[in-house]
Design a protein around this ligand. Sequence first.
Ligand SMILES: Nc1ncnc2c1ncn2[C@@H]1O[C@H](COP(=O)(O)OP(=O)(O)OP(=O)(O)O)[C@@H](O)[C@H]1O
Ligand SMILES: O=P(O)(O)OC[C@H]1O[C@](O)(CO)[C@@H](O)[C@@H]1O
Length: 323
Amino acid sequence: MKRIGILTSGGDAPGMNACIRAAVRTALAHNLSVFGIRRGYTGLIDGDAVPLDRTAIRNTIHLGGTILETSRNSEFYTKDGRLKAAASIEKMGLDGIILIGGEGTFHGASLLAAETDPAALIGVPGSIDNDIYGTDYCIGFDTAANCAVEAIDRIRDTARSHERIFFIEVMGRTAGFLALESGIAGGAEELVIPEEEVSIDRISERIRRGFTIGKKSAIVVVAEGKTPGISFEIARQIGERLNFDTRVVVLGHLQRGGPPTLRDRVLGSLLGVAAVEALLEGRSGCMVGEIGGDLAYTPLEETWQRKKPLDEDLWRIFPFLSE
Ligand SMILES: Nc1ncnc2c1ncn2[C@@H]1O[C@H](COP(=O)(O)OP(=O)(O)OP(=O)(O)O)[C@@H](O)[C@H]1O
Ligand SMILES: O=P(O)(O)OC[C@H]1O[C@](O)(CO)[C@@H](O)[C@@H]1O
């Protein structure tokens, strides 16, 4: 292992820069040359890489986004695209690549490894959705969840003042982690998550019950799921059912930006070091995450083939907290 590349792919996530910084410093300490592959799989296909030295990563730990930039690349879904990437990897002379991204990134990486075995590949979980199997938390989740909680707190003031039901839509394409944790921390009355069918009956009934015990407003946290904007329709139906004033706030990409929290900086740093060490130990085709406070290595295929379940205890306690 002499020459390694680092890329960020899929949605950016706060803490990715802390991870890049840690990986670069660890690699340099082991006399490896390090290259930053720009714009995720787009740069991998094009062979667009720049040397990363200490100057490149200095003063970046507090920055959201990713200094390497990222992309959602349609060519990589095709075998042709992945063969082009393999040829670029060979041309760049990379022995190992650290891929910081989400489920889709690891899906693509496992196909690349199976088809061409171009270099050792180590994944690092970075996604505000927190939906990657093989780690308790993904880089970026904590910052995004804190952003959602701050928004809920602010909206609670106006919801209470006007006696309204607010529907706050958070991200989470296939998973309700952001909705569940921010809903608990923000004291929401109800949740809509992709893991279960939306029940207008249940939500309306629970809000109505709240009104009978003296509540004058309500907050429903809605995970966008596969249909961003879904909360407008849910709000319409519940507003009509209860004959109550409703409003919708879609937090959208606000949740993806901003300085990473302490947790995301620490997790990013830990996993950045661990990814380089994994390459030096001869590991490949796996993702390094953290489970129960320990580093955990999960085959790349499992990270997207297996569904990461919501924390059962958090899901179980939610109804008690929201009444
Ligand atoms: N099934 C797949 N086959 C090949 N490549 C894929 C596949 N899924 C995703 N990719 C590649 O990985 C890139 C990143 O995936 P995606 O856009 O799903 O984001 P992600 O890594 O899941 O991150 P996030 O959780 O932030 O959305 C895609 O743009 C595509 O280039
Ligand atoms: O607008 P983009 O970049 O396609 O990202 C939207 C998606 O990315 C995520 O934020 C994850 O990064 C999902 O929750 C969301 O569906």
